[in-house]
Design a protein around this ligand. Structure first.
Ligand code: ZN
Length: 278
């Protein structure tokens, strides 16, 4: 991410926010390359010998299917900065899409991901998700991760704790109702985190995930520019930020069709973060 590419419009939105800088070491982030998490309608895989009774108990199992359930910590730790990239595991990248779902663009994005059999993470806003629960269901059913991006996309650093909690809780409820389980990942609007957001996110069982490469697709810089930003930023562990709502996202849709096959040709696994807490 080139900071000098950040536009003044975005800066204005962030004015007064205690945004976390891009520097800093990310925590380890386990991923499941090639593994497809079971959707709400999918069969329950995993080793029967270790699976507790009942579907809700099954959800305590690591998605990779090994390890004792008792070893899974109940809650994520309260961090002081978000996770910015994956660690380890070779040429793995995460594609993330924020602010949706939007029926004008999200289905196209899901179609492209399905065409190439890759997974992505969608940080949805509750007020969008509430009217598009079928798209949330489709995301989960096709193996994607649905994260929490608050209800109305406010600048959290200007809100009181009670309002932040409401923004996060309401969104988690919609995700749980549509997908069968609550979100495990949270992303603050505008990347503007604060202590309350980290604390409340952990209380709700979510880890804070930021990004490594910002496509700045919301500025509609042209499809080719978005493709270039993704490919120039491609590296093991990189988390890419794009948007599937919030304006005209046709460039983001077209860019995805170009960079996904090229990243795959370069040997990258495009996958989702694995949840690590019960
Ligand atoms: Zn956003």
């Amino acid at each position: 991410m080139k900071k000098d590419q950040l536009l003044t419009r975005r800066r204005a939105l962030l004015a007064g926010a205690a945004a976390v800088g891009a520097a800093g070491t990310a925590g380890a982030l386990a991923v499941t390359p090639g593994n497809r998490p079971a959707g709400p309608a999918g069969p329950a895989p995993g080793p029967p010998a270790h699976r507790p009774m009942g579907s809700s108990a099954y959800r305590l199992q690591p998605l990779t299917g090994y390890g004792a359930p008792a070893a899974v910590p109940r809650r994520p730790p309260v961090r002081s900065e978000p996770i910015l990239r994956l660690t380890g595991r070779g040429r793995t990248m995460l594609l993330t899409f924020d602010d949706g779902p939007d029926p004008r663009y999200t289905p196209d994005i899901l179609d492209t991901l399905a065409k190439y059999d890759v997974r992505a993470t969608f940080f949805v806003c509750g007020e969008m998700a509430d009217y598009n629960r079928d798209l949330l269901y489709r995301m989960a059913d096709e193996g994607h991760v649905v994260g929490n991006h608050t209800w109305s996309h406010p600048l959290l650093t200007r809100l009181g704790r009670r309002r932040i909690r409401s923004e996060m809780e309401r969104t988690s409820e919609v995700v749980e109702q549509a997908c069968g389980e609550p979100p495990r990942w949270f992303r603050a609007p505008y990347g503007a985190w604060n202590r309350a957001a980290f604390q409340l996110g952990a209380e709700l069982g979510m880890e804070p995930l930021a990004w490594t490469v910002d496509t700045l697709d919301w500025t509609t810089p042209g499809t080719g520019t978005i493709v270039d930003r993704v490919e120039d930023g491609a590296a093991p562990g990189v988390v890419v930020l794009s948007h599937d709502a919030g304006g005209d996202r046709s460039q983001s849709v077209r860019a995805l069709r170009r960079y996904v096959p090229e990243l795959l040709d370069s040997g990258y696994h495009l996958t989702v973060p694995r949840r690590r807490y019960a």
